[in-house]
Write a protein that binds this ligand. Structure first.
Ligand code: KIV
Length: 272
């Protein structure tokens, strides 16, 4: 019996590489659940990141460290069910790949098998190159992540811009080359000076996707809940808010409460 082949992903790792080659910017946003992922995909985003920022945004933790592999798989599988077009990248959570390359491979395989995601993302440079190579050798595409890597927040001690000093900037450039050499199909660069991001993007043949890294990179990523204004006390300079949903949603809920209390809702037409 043959199974009809679904046109399952329209944007692939090859497509994003082609976008860089022809100078088309790559659009990327996070999503963690079916309903919002459906909207993001329908709107035509190229890449959806099931970020471990779900730890902050969905679960209310201060950092990304607490989220587990099972929780990431739950979020990713919800997103994958919604998506028809975008490439889905799933963050490997803290503690699931730093031990050794076999641990990294096993975690990546669980993500691919149990969520249906299309690729994984890991934070770090040269120190995780072996793990990246091993994951890729199993046929799993890997996105890298350098600069302000939130899983290392206790090492940095601050969320300020990374690599402002020459020594850290040189290390970052070498790490970027190492990630490309290890086989990453793209790299996220978070919160680094725009000039450094430009130099990194120019020095690599794979796409560099920035967040707080200026416009001279190959694409942009934002956390969906931040750009929709659902998170309201987070105002970094790089964030452009396209809506103010915190106010809109609390306003709608206040109205509903008033309508229930005053017996305005439900009216005669809203009942059987
Ligand atoms: O987890 C996340 O949302 C991320 C982006 C900030 C790039 O890694």
């Amino acid at each position: 019996m043959s199974v009809a082949q679904k046109d399952f992903i329209k944007v692939t790792t090859n497509s994003v590489q082609e976008m860089k080659t022809r100078g088309e910017k790559i659009s990327m946003l996070t999503a963690y659940d079916y309903t919002l992922a459906k909207m993001v995909d329908t709107a035509g985003i190229d890449v959806i990141l099931v970020g471990d920022s779900a730890s902050n945004v969905m679960a209310g933790h201060q950092t990304t460290l607490p989220i587990t592999l099972d929780q990431m798989i739950y979020h990713a599988s919800s997103v994958v069910r919604a998506v028809n077009r975008a490439l889905v990248v799933v963050d490997m959570p803290f503690g699931t790949y730093q031990g050794n390359s076999l641990e990294a491979l096993n975690s990546a395989i669980r993500i691919m098998k149990e969520s249906g995601g299309h690729s994984v993302k890991l934070e770090g440079g040269e120190e995780i190159a072996d793990s990246i190579r091993r994951i890729i050798s199993a046929g799993i595409p890997v996105m890298g992540h350098l600069g302000l890597t939130p899983q290392s927040i206790y090492k940095f001690g601050t969320f300020t811009v990374r690599a402002k000093e020459e020594e850290e900037a040189s290390r970052l450039k070498l790490d970027a080359l190492e990630l490309e050499k290890a086989g990453c199909f793209a790299i996220v660069l978070e919160k680094v000076p725009a000039q450094l991001a430009k130099e990194v993007a120019e020095s690599l043949s794979i796409p560099v996707i920035g967040i707080g890294a200026g416009h001279d990179v190959d694409g942009q990523v934002l956390v969906l809940h931040d750009m929709l204004g659902m998170t309201h006390k987070f105002n970094p300079r790089f964030l452009r808010r396209y809506l103010n949903l915190f106010e809109d949603i609390t306003g709608a809920i206040k109205q509903y409460v008033e309508d229930v209390k005053s017996v305005d809702f439900p009216n005669d037409k809203e009942q059987y």
